[in-house]
Design a protein around this ligand. Sequence first.
Ligand code: BJW
Ligand code: ZN
Length: 252
Amino acid sequence: METHSLTNLINKVVNKLLESKSVVVFTGAGVSAESGVPTFRDKDGLWQKLKPEELANFNAFMRNPDMVTEWYSHRRKIMHQVQPNPGHFAIAELEKFFERFAVVTQNIDNLHQRAGSKNVFELHGNIERNYCIKCKKFYQLGDIYPDKAIYCECGGLIRPDVVWFGEMLPEDEYESAVKASRTCDVCFSVGTSAVVFPAAYIPIYAKQSGAFLVEINPNPTDISSLADVVLQGKSGEIFPLIVEEFKKRKGL
Ligand code: BJW
Ligand code: ZN
């Protein structure tokens, strides 16, 4: 996209933000890509060989708990080694200017919180938490990265507290996210292929409820046609431009 039209589109988004009270930022793996966390479905994504639906489900874990445990250890290690990127920081900065502002994330990596975002709803859980599938006791593994299955003192298998296919989303987080999306003035959909439901209802509900929908993604997605503005590019490049222009227009 040429710079001139990008500037125009950013101005359009900033005009909307300046007259808004409530903002939702819906995010996916793409916001963490520039930090060095692999996405799921891009060509160098996590799941080129194994389909997500085949790996991220409870039956796969029960069939091969060693492999799944090692896979999450590997990813948790990466997540510990990386830093939030300018996209995460810009999202956190924008929160300070709004009465109501929610980050609704499908990510499990804590990078929004580490960048300073306060009101974060995690739809697919968090990789730091683990629990026993038998007695439900919680475990924090910190800097321990097991390469095979680990067991609770009760003998049950310990799994990451993330949402696999066929599992329900955490009810409170999802309900709060839906409420925020139904009542926001502007909704951003950033770095997500928007193919996984019910999470992908968030931008759809926002749009249905009258919000201005902005997509930030280098590639077209299933919700691009629904968006009022599509900013084609990386979130770590585009989001800081939006916040910079917003602050300029506010005289800051
Ligand atoms: C950049 C960038 C840069 C790159 N800047 N952008 C309705 C229709 C059909 C199916 C269903 C339906 N409702 C439910 C289903 C079933 C299923 C589903 O959605 N299937 C579809 C895939 C077909 N959903 C479920 O099973 C859900 N549960 C459920 O429905 O419960 C009710 C129920 C109960 C019992 C029985 C039946 C139903 C649960 C879904 C859980 C998903 N879990 C995962 C794993 C989480 C743990 C982990 O991380 O390991 O969540 S799967 C994986 O996908 C992960 C992600 O959060 C999620 C979304 O992926 P995301 O974030 O969009 O990543 P990518 O890689 O797809 O996209 C990255 C994007 O970034 C790309 O667009 C790039 O272009 C872009 N990008 N660089 C900006 N620098
Ligand atoms: Zn137990």
